[in-house]
Design a protein around this ligand. Sequence first.
Ligand SMILES: [Zn+2]
Length: 303
Amino acid sequence: MPPSIDRRTALAALAGAAGLPGAAPAQGRFRIIDPHVHVWKKDPRYPWAKETTRPPERDATPEMLLELMRANGVERTVIIQVIYYRWDNSYLAHVLRQYPQHFQGVARVNPQDPGSPGHLSRLVREQGFRGVRLSPAGDESGDWVRGPLMPPLWKRCQSLKVPMTILAPVTRMPDVARLIERHPDLTVVIDHMADSPLDQPEALEKLLALERYPKVFVKISHTWSLSKQPYPYADAQSQVRRLYDRFGPRRLMWGTDWPLVENYCGYAKALALVWDEMKFLNEEDKSWILSRTVERVWPFPKA
Ligand SMILES: [Zn+2]
């Protein structure tokens, strides 16, 4: 099926349920908000980090993203600082200044630098970032997540009242839980279902266990990369279903992970997957997962 038809299908679905002109509003108007994309651009003003030995060949610019958003009825987006720049958030800060009405940004700070709480404060207070992302690896190179630099950074994030977002394999969830336990007022978002492998269904218990903390949210993205099946990824949907049964729609959010999703089903289908293919979701569930849960974590100005 060519992508243009997918987009039309998605837009027709949006018109039906989101209350666009000509449609009976089912749950009232809500804005579709994508809580997870990346942008980058080859630009000498914003050099890659020295660790980036193989930089991306193609740009992923905010203008490309805005075009996709327009074509698919996505009104707002949260941009996550991409690792190619490591802890230099200046390109994303520039994008946020350019398009403040469309985007919010989540920064990265060096988790192994004792100065990271101060860095985060400056990013939030001076540059308008709304949150930070940490990505401890599953092997020993990610053991800093158990180390002494984490509590001060998490405490700072909590006092700044911005979300902590975590990209980590599901085996790291017990380490993350210990930090969550100590910071009960901090909003924590677990990215991409912690990439919990579908062939180890018991592994998901480590993520499901975080349900007991009411300020933990989960992104149900990466169905496309976890699945061993073609779209609409029934095997990965059953994992989403387990999260839905435990957390409920008010603590789950979708996300495209653009532009990486272009290596899988593409942007339009990442939306259609939730909208049309997750048959266990009713219209109100979708309003949470596509919009209202995201706004619990990243509220956008009304108009
Ligand atoms: Zn991503």
